[in-house]
Write a protein that binds this ligand. Structure first.
Ligand code: FAD
Length: 434
């Protein structure tokens, strides 16, 4: 196969994973992306005022040694190693993460119910689990389930827990045993139990610097939004008027956007792809001239009347992403076309975010804000009950016509950067294997 015959759609972790695997086998691919710059969802944006914000908070917490080494080489060994401190905010209380094992300081009645129900759940016969709500109640008891993860689900996944399956959970939700829960209710200092207890982050340039090693491995074309894919004539057309041929196609474009682009794709498959639900994240960035805004690297927010689900504090990842003496705050507010459409513009969320930062005491009343920015970006696959059957039909069709899908939005999973990169590598290996 001539090298340039392989085309990769998408210049994020999966696209560069594919480029890396092809390059390792002597194949130079062409990579097309609709954004202005490399990185996809791991892009970083440098502002003239000295702040650098990622496309949503990105840290590397992989235990995959090969991937750790690839990223370390990419930044010439210049990365921060950080012990994570994560906390939660609920109705004026700041508690350590995971909340279930750190109830200390919450109202006594709430703690008593949480502990009592945990004991009852462990003694009850195993219930039938049909959805994420069932799982939450079986794991924690109804009070904790409904007060914390149940509320968080509505904000973060934009729908109720009963509308979700449980096949995405992995280590994401921590369930303390009785001793851990009692200790966490009685003592302010507890052992680290979160599945992300340490992480790495590039010293310079934001998270996207982790891709630098892979840039020479493919010819790249940015601001090239694919508008048509003809698998018979092997032709791609782009919004900017460009047209190109390919021999093999690897795609990390989100499936709901990909399927309508394919000439001759059956209408029922296109419809199934469009029904695959995903959140849309409004990112709001705020900068202030003081360093002590937060001790936590990130914080989860459970209250329905606080607009953001999570805040992160990038200046604690690397001091080089904010001007000296300043704090960077990044808020995530979640929407989805299917369950909670974003009305208006992402910029409409800047003032509500500042209001809620002030209400929970992170910003001081009237404090000077030295940076404000916002944008909307892709979020998380919503594991609703429509997903499994629709996904398998969509993937089956792509397999039949020879589109090698990969990445978070090609595989359509809850994948971290290392998993997306390796998914791209696997797609390339399938191409190489013919
Ligand atoms: C808020 C948030 C925080 C996260 N934090 C972490 C973290 O801390 N650590 C971690 O490991 N993982 C994190 N992740 C997951 C991580 O972002 C993904 O695993 C990874 O970036 C996905 O890479 P990808 O290449 O599969 O997709 P993408 O990076 O989305 O790449 C797909 C590319 O295709 C482009 N595209 C779409 N349509 C077209 C078109 N028609 N034509 C051309 N190009 C097109 C897109 O613009 C994009 O650049 C986070 C995810 C979210 C949502």
């Amino acid at each position: 196969m001539s090298g340039n015959g392989v085309v990769i759609l998408g210049g994020g972790m999966a696209g560069f994973g594919a480029a890396h695997a092809l390059h390792s086998s002597g194949v130079r691919a062409r990579l097309y992306d609709d954004r202005k710059q490399r990185g996809g969802h791991t892009s970083s944006y440098a502002f003239d005022d000295g702040f650098i914000f990622d496309d949503g908070p990105h840290i590397s917490f992989t235990e995959n040694k090969r991937f750790q080494e690839l990223l370390a080489e990419s930044v010439g060994g210049e990365f921060e190693r950080i012990r994570a401190y994560v906390n939660n905010y609920w109705q004026g209380h700041w508690i350590k993460h995971p909340a279930h094992a750190n109830l200390y300081g919450l109202p006594s009645d709430l703690i008593i119910k949480c502990v009592k129900e945990l004991v009852e759940t462990t003694q009850a016969p195993a219930p039938k689990i049909e959805n994420y709500q069932d799982w939450l109640v079986a794991a924690y008891g109804p009070t904790f389930a409904n007060t914390f993860p149940g509320e968080y689900t509505k904000k973060y996944h934009t729908t109720e827990a009963k509308n979700l399956t449980t096949d995405w959970l992995g280590p994401r939700l921590y369930r303390g045993d009785l001793e851990q829960v009692l200790r966490g209710a009685l003592e302010p200092e507890t052992p680290e139990l979160h599945y992300i207890d340490k992480f790495r982050y590039p010293t310079h340039g934001g998270f996207v610097s982790y891709l630098d090693k892979f840039l020479p491995m493919a010819d790249q074309f940015y601001e090239h939004r694919v508008t048509g894919i003809d698998m018979t004539s092997k032709t791609l057309t782009f919004a900017n008027g460009a047209v190109t041929q390919f021999e093999k196609l690897i795609s990390s474009i989100p499936l709901p956007a990909l399927l309508p682009l394919i000439k001759g794709a059956p209408a029922d498959i296109v419809e199934k792809a469009k029904k695959l639900a995903v959140t849309r994240t409004v990112i709001v960035n705020v900068g202030v001239r003081r360093e002590d805004v937060s001790r936590a690297h990130w914080t989860y927010f459970y209250d329905a009347d606080i607009c953001f689900s999570r805040l992160s504090f990038p200046h604690l990842f690397s001091t080089n992403v904010a001007p000296a003496g300043c704090s960077a705050i990044q808020a995530e507010v979640y929407f989805s076309d299917k369950y909670r459409p974003l009305e208006g513009s992402h910029a409409d969320w800047i003032e509500p975010v500042i209001r809620d930062l002030t209400r929970c005491g992170l910003l001081r009343e009237g404090e000077e804000i030295i940076h404000k920015s916002s944008w909307a970006t892709s979020g998380n696959v919503i594991f609703d009950h429509d997903r499994p059957a629709g996904l398998s039909d969509v993937h089956g069709y792509l397999n039949d016509i020879g589109v090698h899908y990969c990445g978070r939005y090609g595989d359509w999973g809850y994948m971290w950067t290392d998993e997306s990169f390796e998914s791209g590598e696997r797609a390339a290996q399938r191409v190489l294997a013919g």
